[in-house]
Ligand binder design. Structure first.
Ligand code: UDP
Length: 254
C-alpha cells in the first residue's frame, strides 16, 4: 500500500532527539517523530511528596505531566487551565507516561527525590504519547547520568531504556509509526511500550471501526518490536552525544 509520505509499511518516520532545549530542567530533549514534536523535560527535585514522608516510604517518586500546546494542532486547542480541568485524554496519557518511565528506573535507588517528567507537545501529527515516552526516556537517562557525575548518586538507577511506538492496520496492512491521517483512517490503532530488553510495559490496542484477529495482533506487535529496537539505537546515540562536550568546549581544551 502507498503511504502518503512514501514510507515502507515497516519504516519509522525521521526520528531525532535534540538535547538541552530547556536549560532550566535537569535534562531535556526535543523528540521528533516526523512532524510530531514534543518537548520532554526532566526536573529532579531534592524532596519527595508529603505522603511518602508521612508513610515513611524509602526512595523517590516519579510523576509525569502531558499537555498539548494550543498551537500544536491544526485547530487551536484551548489550554487546560482555561477550563481548570485536565481533559480525559491528557490525563490518560500522562498516567501512561508515568507508568512507562517507572518501569525504567529503580526508584528505591534515587534517594529522597522527586522526578518530574514534563511532556509538552509542540506539534501534533499522530503518536504524541509514543514520542513523549521515547523522548522522556532519553531525558531521564541524561538527568540521572548528571546526578551520578555530580556524585549525588553512587550508581545509575535506570535499569534500561523504554521506548514506545504506534502500529495499526490500514486496508489490511500492518503499519509502523502512524501519522495523524493514517491514525484517523486506520481500522486498528495500537500503542506499544517496551523495554530495551524486549519486554512489554504496556500495550493499548483498539479496533476503531473493525475487529482484529490474533494473527493481526501478532503482526502488529512484531512490527512494533522492530521499530522499538531501531528507536533504542537512536536513543543510545542521543544519550552518548549529549554527554560529550560541545564542539566549542573541545576547542577550549586544546
Ligand atoms: N489530535 C488533535 N487534537 C486533539 C487530540 C488529538 O489534533 O485534541 C490529533 C493529533 O495529531 C494526535 C492525533 O490526533 O497526535 C492522535 O491522537 P491520539 O489521541 O490517538 O494520541 P497520539 O496518537 O497523539 O498519542
Amino acid at each position: 500500500m502507498n503511504r502518503h509520505d512514501h514510507r515502507q509499511a515497516d519504516e519509522l518516520r525521521p526520528i531525532s532527539f535534540i538535547p538541552h532545549i530547556a536549560p532550566n530542567a535537569t535534562a531535556s530533549v526535543l523528540a521528533s517523530f516526523g512532524n510530531t514534536r514534543v518537548i520532554c523535560a526532566v526536573t529532579i527535585e531534592e524532596d519527595v511528596p508529603r505522603w511518602m514522608k508521612v508513610q515513611k516510604v524509602e526512595g523517590g517518586w516519579l510523576s509525569a505531566e502531558y499537555s498539548m500546546l494550543p498551537y500544536s494542532t491544526l485547530d487551536r486547542k484551548r489550554r487546560d487551565i482555561t477550563s481548570g480541568k485536565l481533559d480525559g485524554r491528557s490525563s490518560e496519557i500522562q498516567r501512561l507516561i508515568g507508568r512507562s518511565l517507572r518501569a525504567a528506573v529503580d526508584l528505591s535507588k534515587i534517594g529522597q527525590r522527586t522526578v518530574w517528567i514534563d511532556c509538552d507537545v509542540l506539534q501534533a501529527d499522530g503518536g504524541t504519547r509514543t514520542a513523549s515516552i521515547s523522548g522522556a526516556s532519553v531525558a531521564l537517562a541524561m538527568a540521572l547520568n548528571k546526578l551520578v557525575a555530580e556524585g549525588k548518586l553512587a550508581e545509575m538507577p535506570m535499569k534500561q531504556l523504554v521506548a514506545a511506538i504506534s502500529v495499526g492496520m490500514l486496508e489490511g496492512t500492518p503499519l509502523l509509526d502512524l501519522c495523524y491521517v493514517e491514525d484517523r483512517d486506520a481500522d486498528v490503532d495500537m500503542n506499544v511500550v517496551m523495554t530495551e530488553g524486549g519486554q512489554f510495559v504496556e500495550v493499548q490496542g483498539s479496533g476503531e471501526e473493525a475487529v482484529f484477529t490474533a494473527d493481526e495482533m501478532a503482526a502488529m506487535l512484531a512490527l512494533a518490536g522492530k521499530g522499538i529496537r531501531e528507536l533504542n539505537a537512536l536513543q543510545r546515540e542521543a544519550i552518548a552525544a549529549a554527554d560529550r562536550p560541545a564542539a566549542e568546549d573541545l576547542s577550549a581544551l586544546q
